[in-house]
Design a binder for this molecule. Structure first.
Ligand code: GAL
Length: 673
């Protein structure tokens, strides 16, 4: 049995990245005193410390790390110990300049930052294995050790290297995947533009080309880069498992990362003992708490529904966006507790003490430059106390209502060049569908398109451009067996090689949707179309329209104008015991809600009308009990109806009937059995 919870941690995790090496040892005493004051239970140490731990090749200095681990242990703070392999020392690169990655344009990166790694480099792999082995030997039995933290955010800041070593690795990977050069030609469609290869040696990474490179080659390269990083993770993990049995191993994910350069977290989720995630608010004018909820739901899904851990977020502003607003009073707690509601076993931060020097000195932290006489610190202390009172929910699982189909391979494919319109952004439909479900107060699980969906009354499929035949069959069976499916345009188009499924669009989903698409006709910038539906209602679509031909499906909404005037815009197909909806234009969230409301009716999902928008209600349930989280993101006090009475854990009061949740605050009720 693999250990999946941090060893010796009997409370929720609360703390952050702790970089004591940036401070004189005199500050360490104050650090642990403040950690006690705030109720810190775990910190992440040593993530970037390779140069200090191994100042010269094969010479180690563990003295300072011994002292800090002892000090943390004396103060009852558990340690998530990093392997520092995301930041090799300067001496390593002087000896192995070839381990610096090369960009697609052929430029070799320089040393002087972090994460400059060619994951194919044998020298890097050897050096990483050595330092990991040393750390594991030294600290396997240290009483502070709770969790191993391998590397940092694989895929960031370099998601793929294009050097010659990688080219060799790519050729071997292609052979393992396809079996022969002929099969590669077939899969990549190299007959197009005369790209035919007669030996592996002729194949390169998809480096800079004068015009668009072969899309299937680009897609395979993303798979290769992902697999290579995962191989390196596994190598470190296996050392740790061997030398440090009983201590779980993780690496921090970034599930919300933009899809074109992320890794395949479905595959990564199977490799770690405990799924951990980093999440930062993107302040682009959209509702940040919705994006947060989506990232948390996605992370939980990557963990297979099991508890996971938020390893990094921020107490206030970050420093890497064009504009970095401070969080509003109460926002940090809402963010933290929203992650907990959606399955995290705690809330950790980047970082404990704000740096004075270096690239991240303007990034907020738990102990800010302003010191402890500050709002941030007071809120940190308060959050520590709140998390302490929630320890009883450890091990419980978030209860989902519906599912969204999600596949990183499809995102990678969809982000490639030369598509029907540049106004269709790969991730946009997923965000819109999620936001609509969020506003209906439905908790969303994410599911791989080939996963068993039978537990969900409703499954939505936003822009699943790449849909394998197996996924098409899976979605069809789901509907035949009584499920309700809602699919957006630009789904079911290509197979795993980015080759269009034979016949009319949407090849992989024609049967289940009961229609074909003869042609699509994206709209001009700022152009929109009207669609009309039941009882003369009308909605507005933009960006995308298409010529849908019913082949079993019935039109529910019809294009009233635009290129496809008179044709079906939204269809409903009864198939077996279930129903499949298709939405062929881009609807904003309010309009999409009209369609989802009808689909929810098909699925037997009752509307939660009593709850205002921006009031989030989520449940965790399990042996530890039944917990209801109510998060009020609005500026007004609200009352949330309770199905059964219980105890409000953050205030300790009895709660029954309607739970008052003041503006901007969070309440957590343990419902009576
Ligand atoms: C994370 C990273 C941390 C820190 C943080 C700042 O992606 O893991 O080390 O840089 O961003 O927001």
């Amino acid at each position: 049995m693999r250990e999946t919870t941090p060893k010796g941690l009997h409370r929720l995790a609360f703390g952050g990245d702790y970089n004591p090496e940036q401070w004189p040892e005199s500050v360490w005493q104050e650090d642990v005193r403040l950690m006690r004051e705030a109720g810190v239970t775990m910190v992440s140490v040593g993530i970037f410390s390779w140069a200090l731990l191994e100042p010269e090749p094969g010479t180690y200095d563990f003295g300072w790390l011994d002292r800090i681990l002892d000090l943390l242990h004396e103060n009852d703070v558990r340690v998530d110990l990093g392997t520092p392999t995301v930041a090799p020392p300067a001496w390593f690169y002087r000896a192995h300049p070839e381990a610096l990655p090369v960009s697609r344009e052929g430029v070799r990166y320089s040393y002087g930052s972090r994460g400059a790694i060619c994951h194919s480099s044998p020298a890097y792999r050897e050096a990483a294995a050595r330092i990991t082995t040393q750390l594991a030997r030294r600290y396997a039995t240290h009483p502070a050790l709770a969790l191993w933290h391998v590397h940092n955010e694989y895929g960031v800041p370099v998601s793929a290297c294009y050097c010659d070593t990688c080219a060799d690795g790519f050729r071997r990977w292609l052979d393992a995947r396809h079996g022969s050069v002929e099969a590669v030609n077939e899969a990549w469609g190299t007959a197009f533009w005369g790209q035919h290869y007669t030996s592996y040696e002729q194949i390169d990474p998809p480096r800079l080309t004068p015009t668009v490179g072969n899309p299937a080659q680009q897609l395979d390269y993303r798979r290769f880069a992902d697999a290579t990083m995962r191989e390196n993770f596994r190598a470190e993990r296996d050392v740790l498992h061997r030398l440090s049995p009983g201590v779980p191993v993780t690496t921090n994910f970034m599930t919300a990362l933009s899809q074109s350069d992320s890794v395949d977290y479905w595959a990564w989720g199977r490799e770690v003992d405990l799924v951990t995630n980093d999440h930062y608010l993107i302040t682009d004018g959209r509702r940040t708490h919705v994006n947060l909820a989506m990232a948390a739901d996605l992370t939980r899904s990557v963990a297979g529904g099991a508890p996971w851990l938020l390893l990094e977020h921020s107490t206030s502003g970050v420093n890497w966006q064009p504009r970095n607003p401070a969080k509003r009073p109460g926002e940090m707690a809402r963010n933290s507790l929203a992650h907990v509601a959606r399955g995290s076993e705690g809330a950790m931060f980047f970082q404990w003490r704000q740096s004075r020097r270096g690239a991240e000195k303007f990034h907020s932290s738990m102990v800010p430059h302003a010191g402890t006489d500050s709002r941030v610190w007071r809120e940190v202390v308060r959050l520590g106390a709140d998390l302490d009172s929630l320890a009883g929910l450890r091990g419980t699982r978030t209860v989902p209502d519906v599912a969204m189909v999600w596949d990183w391979h499809s995102w990678w494919a969809q982000s490639l060049e030369w598509r029907p319109t540049e106004d269709h952004e790969a991730r946009e439909r997923a965000d819109a569908f999620y936001e609509t479900l969020y506003d209906r107060h439905l908790t969303v699980d994410f599911a791989h398109p080939e996963a068993d969906l039978s537990a969900y009354p409703l499954v939505v499929v936003p822009a699943l451009y790449l849909t394998t035949e197996a996924a098409g069959r899976n979605l069809r069976e789901y509907v035949e067996n009584g499920g309700t499916l809602v699919v957006s345009y630009f789904s079911g188009i290509v197979d795993e090689h980015d080759a269009v499924h034979p016949g009319a669009y949407p090849g992989a989903l024609r049967d289940v949707l009961g229609l074909t698409v003869e042609e699509w006709s994206p709209l001009g910038e700022g152009e929109s179309v009207r669609i009309t539906g039941p009882d003369g209602a009308s909605l507005t679509g933009d960006v995308w329209t298409e010529f849908v031909v019913e082949r079993g499906a019935r039109p529910v909404w019809t294009y009233a104008d635009g290129p496809a005037a008179g044709r079906p815009a939204v269809t409903r197909h009864r198939l077996g015991e279930g129903t499949a909806w298709y939405v062929s234009t881009r609807l904003d969230t309010a309009s999409l809600d009209v369609i989802l409301s009808a689909a929810c009716e098909d699925a037997g999902i009752e509307p939660r009308v009593e709850l205002p928008r921006d009031v989030e209600v989520v449940r965790r349930s399990g042996d530890g009990g039944d917990f209801l989280f109510a998060l009020n993101h609005t500026a007004h006090d609200v009352k949330v109806p309770l199905e059964s009475p219980g105890t409000e854990l953050l205030g300790g009061e009895h709660a029954a009937g309607h739970l008052p949740v003041p503006a901007g605050s969070v309440r957590v009720v343990r419902l009576d059995a």
